[in-house]
Design a protein around this ligand. Sequence first.
Ligand code: 3HC
Length: 289
Amino acid sequence: MKTAKIRNIGVVGAGNMGHQIALLAALSGFKTTCTDISEEALKKAESFADKYLPERVAKGKLTQEAAEQARRNISFTSSLEEAVKDADFVIEAATEKLDLKRKIFASLDKLAPPHAILATNSSFIVSSMVANATARPAKICNMHFFNPALVMRLVEVVKGPHTAPETADVTVELCKAMGKLPVLLKKEIYGFLVNRVLMALTNEALYLLDQGIADAEEIDLAITNALGHPMGPFRLMDLTGVDLTYHICMERYRETGNPADKPSPTVVEMYARGEWGQKKGKGFYQYQK
Ligand code: 3HC
């Protein structure tokens, strides 16, 4: 299948990443259907689109016509079948739980057309962990966007041993068609490129916080001003979700059994208290709902 043949895109998951990936696909001219089991998440994703598009027009970043076309291109449904039955390409952006992702991929394999490529936006999980839940491993790969997906240019495309070269090529081309800058990883590695580096930084920042060396604001201030990062690790965790950090560390710990992979005490406490960052109004910082 050639990228030019892609007309319909299904996005599974309307959360932090899914709602923006879906809107990006719609803005890039693809008929996009976004699905989630949570009606609330779907409503939020739809309201986001209804607010974001006119705001872009008002800012002079988008024509009225392009905004209207994007709005026509995107639809929302709680039916997985409805979302992917005509899809040429599916992007899974569900919660970072391997069991859940394997179930989703097994269903996608039955519900999506046989020619469809099924990509996972997982932050860490390599696609070979889900490919064998399907009968089309050659059409499975990682397509990893960064938060906020409408803004961040980079997308990591990761080719697994099961991934056909054509699948990786089409995915790279699709990234370009969405205005993104793809990097192709030739081999699978847990966490890919960016999150391996980011996690090393974040773990060290959490260690310094847990040791009482400095508080979150001071560490963020140091990193932004010394290294020129647009956000420090704590503000960034609030953006990407403290729950995501928790799930990533727990998944890794379950896999390796290495206590060093467990989430830091601060992350465990914040996860339990529901202080998951921007989306909850409180994380390392306070936010207006
Ligand atoms: N959604 C959509 N657009 C957003 C946005 C959001 N949540 N936040 C900001 N924007 C847009 C604004 O509309 C604006 O667009 P414009 O310039 O075209 O008008 C542009 O981004 C800049 O926004 P602001 O001027 O309000 O704010 P900043 O200049 O501070 O930029 C930021 C905000 C883009 C989020 C910037 O702080 C940044 O780049 N932060 C780092 C983000 C990052 O590192 N992301 C990667 C996280 S790791 C990850 O995602 C991996 C995953 O696996 C967890």
